[in-house]
Design a protein around this ligand. Structure first.
Ligand SMILES: Nc1ncnc2c1ncn2[C@@H]1O[C@H](COP(=O)(O)OP(=O)(O)OP(=O)(O)O)[C@@H](O)[C@H]1O
Length: 210
């Protein structure tokens, strides 16, 4: 998916000058971008615009030439099932469901991954033994790993990760970035990672300061 952005700004606050707000730029397939953002600079707003959860902006965002402001709720539901996947800063796991159920809930919409593949991902991120524990009983770093696996268990052309590794140690981050970049390359997808500082040793096409 080609994403073209022309001079966007949130309508509800005046952001400081940056390489995102009021600028023109593109995100291309099979490329990785780091959005380096100070707290409060509007990183969640930017991701919510791209995920269709917030349309309070001026300027234009095009997905393959189509302004996303023209999408209906049905269009967005399809986009979120087939084209865009996200790890929210607040994760948004279902606390009463188990780790495995949280992943399957998303996966079952498209049956994108087999149960064996999901368990293999859980093994790689060292959470397989937690599969049947309720999400609310897991540490935040464990929940982050579940949210990452959930995001990978659906089709996508755009993967949005908002501070996805904040509670993970360096070894786990290296494993997670390996898994994520493998999946992104396989699908020729666009990866956007928002981070307050760390760039996680990923080979980015471009870093944008927000
Ligand atoms: N839907 C909204 N309506 C009105 N104001 C909003 C809305 N969403 C965010 N804001 C405001 O916009 C500003 C930027 O918020 P945002 O959550 O986008 O920043 P952020 O960079 O993600 O912050 P942090 O890194 O601290 O989570 C804040 O002052 C926030 O209160």
């Amino acid at each position: 998916m080609n994403i073209n952005i022309t001079s966007i700004n949130p309508t509800y606050f005046t952001p400081a000058s940056s390489e995102v707000w009021s600028k023109d730029f593109a995100f291309l397939p099979n490329e990785k971008y780091l959005i380096k953002a100070a707290s409060g600079s509007g990183k969640s707003s930017f991701f919510n615009f791209l995920f269709g959860l917030n349309d309070k902006y001026s300027g234009t965002i095009l997905f393959n030439e189509t302004p996303i402001s023209s999408f209906t709720e049905t269009d967005w539901t399809t986009m979120r099932r087939e084209k865009i996947s996200i790890v929210f800063q607040g994760l948004r796991l279902f606390p009463e469901l188990t780790a495995f159920e949280n992943i399957q809930l998303k996966n079952q919409l498209t049956n994108y991954k087999t149960e064996a593949e999901i368990l293999m991902y859980m093994n790689r991120l060292n959470v397989a033994e937690l599969a049947h524990k309720k999400a609310e009983t897991l540490s935040y770093g464990q929940q982050q790993r579940i949210a990452i696996i959930r995001a990978l268990c659906q089709p996508f052309e755009l993967l949005l990760l908002d501070e996805p590794f904040s509670h993970m140690d360096d070894i786990l981050i290296a494993t997670a970035t390996q898994l994520i970049t493998e999946e992104v390359s396989k699908r020729q997808a666009t990866l956007l990672i928002a981070s307050l500082g760390n760039s996680y040793n990923i080979d980015y096409t471009k870093t944008l300061l927000l």
